[in-house]
Design a protein around this ligand. Structure first.
Ligand SMILES: Cc1ncc(COP(=O)(O)O)c(C=O)c1O
Length: 380
């Protein structure tokens, strides 16, 4: 067996150690000291328990019974009660669930309501599917309920895609009342909700999902990419009822790309069952906290928005400068960061704000170098 060293890097590796520090992504920090042992144990247990050919030899449209039961237990961490496993679909990541839901819930030419600053991939998916976007004005807690009410009356969206907890990119979190208010607008106008709760497992205490207030119209999506590992490629969706799970995720829709690789699902199931998932999430949270101490020190005197459990920071650039210029200055100083234009789908101009990841640099030393570059870009 070949032993890899730090210099045997893959040029596609986002966490490579040379060149500018990669901070435009918002990956969870690497926690090999916990992850490797827990993932290895779960993988060993799967291979001991099951014949690999039995495991991998057949398609699993919505995940095996055991995988869906694990998905029910995993999503119960947020939902507060355990959904019936028949309502759970195990898929190969959040993006697959999103394309499958968007194409099923919003007709071609129909309208999807979204936060005016949103996950950029949504733009790619709606253009692929011929869906129009209705951007929603936001305040510090996310979607403004009055603006949403207005859009429901004037544009009649079929669905809302939202991230109520640690919103990407603004890091805002809706309080309980805001969640109820948005659920209420959806109910009155018959708008389905796709709730992407991917950042919600790092905060030790986050308000219950919006879906709790609107179970009959909600598709609650909880991926593992931001709390366990981006390459695990396992995400769960809790559907309004068992029938809709079958209707949206079955081969009759003539595609099967959302299906999880059975080995990945089985390892994720093992991690849920033996609590390895909790150990990894706790380690990711602890490392994120530690990294935020460096962020707080580096951004002393610089206005910004984040929380100790956020994987990224949202930073308005100094008056008179543009986000693009600021990002170019940060790159020249040694950090690659993102700008608001990537996230903005509104009708106005994007705010002059940049976003940078805290977990993406390979270690705290690299993060510190990146933060120094950002501070330099801010002051020069
Ligand atoms: C809001 C949001 N949803 C989903 C994803 C990606 O999830 P997955 O890799 O499981 O498709 C990301 C990654 O950046 C994200 O920010």
């Amino acid at each position: 067996m070949t032993t890899l060293t730090a210099s045997d890097h893959n040029p596609d590796d986002l966490r490579r150690r040379e060149g500018p520090v990669f901070m435009s992504g918002n990956l969870p920090p690497d926690v090999p000291e916990v992850f490797d042992a827990r993932y290895g144990a779960a993988l060993d247990a799967v291979l001991t328990r099951r014949s690999p050919s039995r495991l991998i030899g057949a398609h699993q449209y919505r995940g095996s019974d055991r995988d869906r039961a694990a998905g029910a237990a995993f999503t119960a961490r947020r939902l507060g009660t355990t959904p019936a496993p028949e309502r759970v679909v195990v898929a190969n990541g959040t993006q697959s669930i999103l394309t499958q839901l968007l194409s099923g819930l919003v007709p071609r030419g129909g309208v999807l309501a979204v936060e005016e600053l949103t996950y950029p991939t949504i733009r790619t998916f709606v253009s692929m599917l011929g869906i129009d976007l209705a951007p929603l004005a936001m305040d510090g807690e996310g979607i403004d309920p009055d603006a949403f009410e207005h859009i429901c009356r004037t544009r009649r969206p079929a669905a809302l895609y939202t991230m109520p907890t640690l919103q990407n990119p603004t890091t805002g979190t809706m309080g309980d009342d805001r969640r109820r208010a948005i659920a209420d607008v959806c109910r009155r106008h018959g708008v389905s909700v796709i709730e992407d709760d991917i950042y919600s497992l790092l905060p030790a205490a986050a308000p219950p999902p919006l879906s709790v207030y609107l179970p009959e119209l909600s598709w609650y999506v909880l991926g593992t990419a931001k709390s366990i590992a981006p390459g695990l490629k396992v995400a769960y969706v809790v559907t309004p009822d068992a029938e809709s799970a079958k209707a949206r995720f079955w081969p009759g829709v003539r595609s099967t790309y959302w299906m999880v690789a059975p080995i990945n699902a089985a390892v994720a199931t093992g991690l849920v069952e033996d609590d390895g998932a909790t150990a990894i999430i706790d380690a990711v949270r602890a490392e994120t906290h530690a990294r935020h101490e460096l962020v707080t020190a580096a951004l002393d005197g610089i206005g910004h928005r984040t929380t100790p459990e956020s994987l990224h920071v949202w930073l308005p650039v100094p008056p008179g400068r543009t986000a693009a210029d600021f990002a170019a200055a940060a790159l020249a100083a040694g950090a690659s960061i993102g700008t608001s234009a990537t996230f903005y789908v509104g009708d106005d101009t994007a705010p002059e704000t940049v976003r940078f990841g805290v977990g993406a640099p390979p270690d705290r030393g690299a993060l510190q170098r990146g933060l120094t570059a950002i501070r330099h870009a801010y002051h020069h």
